[in-house]
Design a protein around this ligand. Structure first.
Ligand SMILES: NC(=O)c1ccc[n+]([C@@H]2O[C@H](COP(=O)([O-])OP(=O)(O)OC[C@H]3O[C@@H](n4cnc5c(N)ncnc54)[C@H](O)[C@@H]3O)[C@@H](O)[C@H]2O)c1
Length: 447
């Protein structure tokens, strides 16, 4: 067990330093003169964008990037699979898009700028100014590190890793991005959503007093399954059905519930010091469901002793709720956009009906900064904190133990394969019945 009362260390991964530097990251401080001053663009200059990970979210993010400014052009694409890339290209080009704006003039991705395979990202980077990283999260540390090394500005989706070694890699890259003044936006879109900005700002200004506790939820019926196809190698199967394998996804507590845990950290202006919880799989138990749980409940403890209780469930026909609420010494903030006094009187209510789409706002703000040659966004640290909080929760539910933040963050337990190739063995393999080992609380080690 680590000692949380000792003084701050020089270790950048120490939780207290972590919180301190992340607070600094909220308002980006001048880093001094640096050799990587980003250009500003005139309306006639093209901001060249590359898409890495051409699935549902990547396709949406690319369209949002193009809708942000007319001088943004999509000029290169990469995916592990050719069919996913082609489908994405067709959608972005207008086929099945919901918004009917004609983006033709902003799309220039000839066949020789469409790259396929595990190394496809390396081909895109030299060609572009900005990169959109939207693969499954297991690859994010690798892709983000390569993007910043190549001096690219970044939009990347959450989560930013699936294990602690990946987290540390992203954290180190986040520092490098700051040093180079490269804008990084992470797709934790509640930070770009008017209702959350207004609500959390009021909580920070003391609207409910000291925040004593919180409740955060991602209870839903679950997500897609991509069934095994004849002739697939195990690596291809897991890459297609990535949601159910932790090296790729991190479990749904990481992949989806991260959003709500991120709000808890935002409200608390910090990260938890420890967690304990329980979970398992009761309904989603088939061989198509890999190794992940279908429910988790976690108690996160923050440094001031306050607790955030977290639920996430992927089971149909149960109470669905995706939300957050907080309790303070002077009142409550029972759900986003609402603040009540201690006696229950409504102090604040935000109607979000006409608010802009936060997925679009992320790109509007990022590309406005890039266009102006401004350095405004350093979201990677926040992405690390939210992802690590979710990984901490997963460690707690898988092991059934109390898990300390510092121990979790410094864990050497890597989930990633040693080699990325279609014939390479993934880190988890099925038994003779096609089933994967599922974590067992009390037996599975957390770290
Ligand atoms: N912020 C949000 O609300 C939100 C919503 C949906 C998804 N996401 C995130 O976006 C990411 C992608 O999710 P999705 O729903 O688009 O999944 P998806 O399966 O639709 O797309 C992922 C794509 O990445 C490709 N890919 C996998 N490994 C790759 C590699 N090494 N190199 C290049 N391409 C690779 C896949 O072939 C696939 O086309 C995830 O991290 C997810 O959590 C965020």
């Amino acid at each position: 067990m680590s000692d949380h009362t000792s003084s701050q260390t020089d270790d950048p991964f120490d939780r207290r330093n972590f919180v301190k530097t992340s607070a600094a990251a909220i308002g980006i401080t001048a880093m001094g003169v640096h050799p990587f001053a980003m250009p500003s663009y005139s309306n006639d200059d093209t901001i060249r964008v590359g898409l890495i990970g051409c699935g549902g979210r990547g396709t949406g993010a690319a369209v949002q990037a193009l809708n942000a400014r007319e001088n943004v052009k999509l000029i290169a694409m990469a995916d592990a699979f050719e069919d996913r890339l082609t489908q994405s290209f067709d959608t972005i080009s207008g086929g099945e898009r919901e918004d009917r704006r004609d983006l033709t003039a902003q799309i220039d991705v000839p066949m020789d700028r469409r790259f396929v395979g595990f190394d496809a990202y390396k081909e895109v980077l030299p060609l572009v100014d900005v990169v959109i990283l939207t693969t499954p999260p297991g690859f994010r540390p690798i892709h983000f590190e390569a993007a910043i090394a190549a001096n690219k500005q970044v939009f990347m989706e959450k989560p930013v890793a699936t294990d602690a070694p990946g987290i540390r890699r992203v954290l180190a890259t986040a520092e490098e991005a700051k040093r180079k003044k490269l804008n990084v936006v992470v797709g934790l879109q509640r930070h770009y959503q008017t209702i959350y900005r207004a609500w959390v700002d009021r909580i920070h200004k003391g609207a409910i007093g000291d925040v004593l506790g919180g409740r955060v939820y991602w209870n839903s019926s679950g997500v897609w399954v991509r069934e095994r196809q004849p002739g697939q190698t195990e690596m291809e199967y897991q890459m297609r059905n990535w949601y159910y394998f932790n090296w790729l996804c991190g479990d749904h507590i990481v992949e989806q519930h991260i959003h709500n845990l991120d709000v808890a950290n935002w409200v608390k202006l910090g990260t938890p010091i420890r967690a304990q919880g329980q979970g398992g799989r009761q309904v989603r138990t088939g061989p198509d469901h890999g190794e992940i749980f279908d429910h988790h409940f976690v108690e996160f403890e923050y440094e001031d002793g306050s607790r955030v209780l977290s639920q996430c469930r992927h089971i149909p026909d149960c109470m669905n709720r995706v939300s957050e609420g907080f309790h303070g010494t002077n009142g409550t903030a029972p759900r986003p956009g609402v603040i009540l006094s201690r006696s229950g009187q409504m102090l604040f209510k935000h109607d979000d009906e006409n608010d802009p789409n936060p997925y679009q706002v992320e790109h509007d703000e990022l590309f406005a900064a890039i266009n102006g040659g401004d350095y405004k966004y350093a979201d990677a640290k926040r992405g690390v904190e939210a992802t690590m909080t979710a990984i901490l929760g997963r460690m707690a539910t898988y092991s059934g133990q109390v898990v300390e933040w510092d121990e979790a963050l410094n864990s050497e337990l890597s989930l990633m394969p040693e080699r990325f190739a279609w014939d390479a063995p993934p880190p988890v393999l099925p038994d003779e019945h096609g089933r994967y080992a599922v974590p067992t609380p009390g037996v599975t080690r957390a770290l």
